[in-house]
Design a binder for this molecule. Structure first.
Ligand SMILES: [Zn+2]
Length: 62
């Protein structure tokens, strides 16, 4: 199981070749730290990051 963060939206995909959220193929294994967004509409962090879908997001993408 490889966790790959999307360079565009930072969503962490499991064993994917394209990002489930934005469709980008720019995925990387080099990412640091993550946050789990459960309810994007109520989360200030999600709004700050521009996150619209629940899931796990990298804080920093290498
Ligand atoms: Zn993405």
């Amino acid at each position: 199981m490889t966790e790959l963060a999307c360079r565009k939206c930072k969503y962490i995909n499991m064993d994917a070749t394209i990002c489930r959220v934005c469709g980008s193929s720019e995925l990387t294994k080099e990412w640091y730290g993550y946050i789990v967004i459960v309810d994007p509409e109520k989360s200030q962090i999600a709004q700050k990051l521009g996150v619209k879908y629940p899931g796990k997001y990298a804080l920093r993408v290498g």
